[in-house]
Design a protein around this ligand. Sequence first.
Ligand code: NDP
Ligand code: 2IT
Length: 443
Amino acid sequence: MSYVSETLEQLIAKNPGEAEFHQAAREVLESLEPVIDANPAYRKNAILERITEPDRQIMFRVPWIDDKGVAHVNRGFRVQFNNAIGPYKGGLRLHPSVTLGTIKFLGFEQIFKNSLTGLPIGGGKGGSDFDPKGKSDREVFEFCRSFMTELYKYIGADVDVPAGDIGTGAREIGFMYGTYKKITGLYEGVLTGKGLTYGGSLARTEATGYGLLYLTQAMLEAHGQSLKGKTAAISGAGNVAIYAAEKATALGAKVVTMSDSNGWIYDKDGIDLAAVKEIKEVKRARLTEYKNYRPKSEYSASGHVWQVKCDVALPCATQNELNLDDAKALVKNKCTAVAEGANMPTTAEATEYLIKNGILFAPGKAANAGGVATSALEMSQNSQRLNWTFEEVDTRLHGIMVNIYRQAAAAAEKYGHKDNLVVGANIAGFTKVADAMLAQGIQ
Ligand code: NDP
Ligand code: 2IT
């Protein structure tokens, strides 16, 4: 049995019930075969066993009291996966579906994504099965404070630096930062995605969505295409989706769909982003309200946005939201590119189908790395006690995304999988971390 198959078999046996982690690990490990074969030192030094086993996984009780005085208990997680190239770095997801397996898949992906940015950050992820939806600000504060009274023990500006993800935005980061500072007395860059008045970076809010489009543009240009005049389908209506839609529009595309967990909107004249921002960012409401702003738009509570005809598809909501049927519809409708704003939004079968059918495919760990890259730029600014301008951060972000595309494309070609960015991103991200692990001995 090959080293990769052996490691995967052990991983599945040792981590039962963690389907998303198995899915992410399988995708990465299988694409590493050519590199593993070419470098016997990786097997000799148990690199695959070590890179798939987190340094530590922390699970804790998070009790909080609601507005009626009733106590609740959620489960908190932080998985510190790998710090070979820098402090653990990765977001905190607050969503009722969160399990240890979810956080492990995200933390594992983060190792390679963070490596691709070229910046010194290791991989980690955390979160809770708490649902911020429908909670008052006071309830969210209670939860965040309780969560941080445990998490603070394990993090620090040079140790582990959490940030936002699904359900964790500026409000939650503010509450958590305040609690960390209150307990430790340290004013340090322990979280990223902070508000601009207390250490946040300009362009961090926009970074994941903008970065997604910078990488998409680089990929299209390498194939003699551009975003100008293209129709784009986007899923999600959160942080990533909103700023992906903003940049896609600025680069000349027309965005015709967005979605939330209840349904999706189709606006053939192009989505009114100011309306979506008001509904989602200000009112924290549902996309059903979009019709009040644009009576001619359509709302659907069933199916996926991928059934709509588009040239470019940008899944920006959550994992496994683009399945084989969706992939078939995209191919049938002559879509030319899929770039993942979310983490692992395309199922394994759908990814294979899209690539086989010649669709340009940018995997999340390359395409959505702009968020964490800009988080690392926020860490730099915090260390320097300086703030850079929006243009400076945005220019660096653009350079990082173009470089990620080039690195992934070059690694794919070098190992005989030209244009396969899944293989290329995994190999390029892995090599740097694995070589750092080799240099540091068996730890
Ligand atoms: P937000 O919470 O801001 O938005 C998430 C959006 O996706 C919402 O519209 C939400 O709908 C929808 N959604 C979430 N979960 C589900 C679900 N289970 N089924 C259907 N729809 C769902 O999160 P982000 O925009 O920050 O994150 C989106 C994706 O991007 C995630 O995969 C995240 O890991 C990834 N990502 C985020 C980065 C960041 O910097 N924020 C960086 C890199 C990747 P509703 O409003 O109904 O909840
Ligand atoms: O998935 C991700 O890369 C994020 N949620 C952003 C992590 C970060 O540390 O900014």
